[in-house]
Design a protein around this ligand. Structure first.
Ligand code: NAD
Ligand code: UD1
Length: 347
């Protein structure tokens, strides 16, 4: 498995850059394809600095078929890890076509190019958002799927599309069927322990942990806690926060799975810790890790939010031999190291 050549789409982004570090450390050769629409080339420079290894970067778009044809013709790619996509829920409600074009059409173009060049192993970044408002927790992979916004539906459409052509391909092309791993991430947070790479959201963060970090570093005044009346431990929303380095390692395990005999078809795994933390518990953990106060006030619920969401991670443990090993304190102290060393992110 070492020295395989992996195409990482969206590799300059938050999760992609952390995964590149783990992949390079494990001895893989990397080609990163990213249009830099939500990332900086500085992240890739730092990935190479952390690892002392080089990767090849192609600036471009997954919807650009001629570029993909050149890329596959010029590199003998063994497998693809596909992170590239847009991910802001609110923006997806305002610009659904843009989301379907970028995420769904982009993945379709990527897969067509892969098929044309005989590359049929792909790991896809899905999300716990495909479970919608789950009837209970913890969530297993066989829970009903229902997205509540265009971003979530783009993930669902892609999952279904990948399942469809895997089935068709297995029926007609037994010699080289697709092997596909769908990874449903819970809430990725934290940063590389070096403090050199991390999450660098544009503008005011939508997600909890980057918002808390920016309050702690003094860039934002106080956190608004969305809802204090949920049926949870303290009334605030509960989520399964997972350290981005654990998540990155899940991709290495998924790649190993793709290489095993019998991996043809589609396998789907939750990547979460199996533990839920409330907003208040997350604030307290961050205060402890940073030594800073995080002032907050409880406000009304955010539209579309659910009370509690956490994974049953047993299937990934059993079939991928993967489990999260870092805890909420690691997540907060690594996020804080990144935020305090880089108050303005990569810029
Ligand atoms: P990110 O925005 O930091 O990274 C995505 C990368 O893809 C960016 O570098 C962006 O420039 C690139 N990109 C976007 N559209 C592209 C295109 N058409 N062609 C080429 N490159 C393109 O996001 P992330 O947090 O690292 O997320 C990575 C993947 O994981 C996404 O697919 C996202 O939907 C999924 N995901 C993220 C989360 C999360 O909370 N961060 C949770 C679940 C799933
Ligand atoms: C959000 C997305 C989800 C996406 C996930 C990626 C929405 C509605 N959902 O999920 O589709 O897959 O990010 O990580 O945007 N909170 C506050 N104050 C804040 C921000 C958040 O109290 O300023 C609370 C939320 O109400 C929630 C928890 O913190 O209870 C986590 O929120 P967030 O980080 O935005 O993640 P999700 O809502 O789980």
């Amino acid at each position: 498995m070492s020295n395989s050549k992996v195409l990482v789409t969206g590799g300059a982004g938050y999760i992609g850059s952390h995964t590149c570090v783990q992949l390079l450390d494990a001895g893989h050769e990397l080609v990163v394809l990213d249009n830099l629409s939500n990332s900086s080339p500085e992240a890739l420079r730092r990935v190479q600095q952390i690892t002392g290894k080089t990767l090849q970067f192609v600036e471009g778009d997954i919807r650009d078929r001629p570029l993909l044809d050149d890329l596959f013709a010029n590199h003998s790619i063994d497998s693809v890890i596909h992170f590239a996509g847009l991910k802001a829920v609110g923006e997806s409600v305002q610009q659904p076509l843009h989301y379907y074009q970028n995420n769904v059409a982009g993945t379709l173009t990527l897969c067509e190019a892969m098929a044309a060049h005989g590359v049929k192993k792909i790991v896809f970044s899905s999300s716990a958002t495909v479970y919608g408002d789950p009837a209970s927790v913890p969530i297993t992979e066989d829970f009903p799927l229902s997205a509540t916004n265009p971003y979530g539906r783009s993930k669902l459409h892609i999952e279904e599309m990948l399942r469809d052509f895997s089935v068709a391909d297995q029926a007609t092309n037994e010699l080289s069927p697709w092997s596909i791993v769908l990874l449903r991430y819970f809430n990725p947070v934290g940063a590389h322990p070096s403090g050199q790479i991390g999450e660098d959201p544009n503008g005011i963060p939508n997600n909890l942990m980057p918002y808390i970090s920016q309050v702690a570093v003094g860039k934002l005044e106080q956190l608004s806690v969305f809802g204090g009346d949920y049926d949870t431990v303290d009334g605030t929303g509960v989520r399964d926060y997972i350290h981005v380095v654990d998540l990155a390692n899940g991709h290495l395990k998924a790649l190993e799975k793709l290489d095993q005999p019998g991996s043809e078809g589609v396998s789907t795994y939750n990547l979460g810790t199996g533990n839920g933390y409330s907003v208040i518990q997350a604030v307290e953990a961050f205060e402890q890790a940073s030594g800073r106060q995080v002032p907050y006030k409880i406000v009304g619920r955010r539209a579309g939010d659910i009370a509690a969401c956490y994974a049953a991670p047993a299937l990934a443990a059993k079939e991928l031999n993967w489990h999260a090993s870092l805890n909420i304190d690691d997540m907060c102290s690594d996020a804080w190291r990144w935020q305090s060393n880089n108050p303005d992110g990569y810029s």
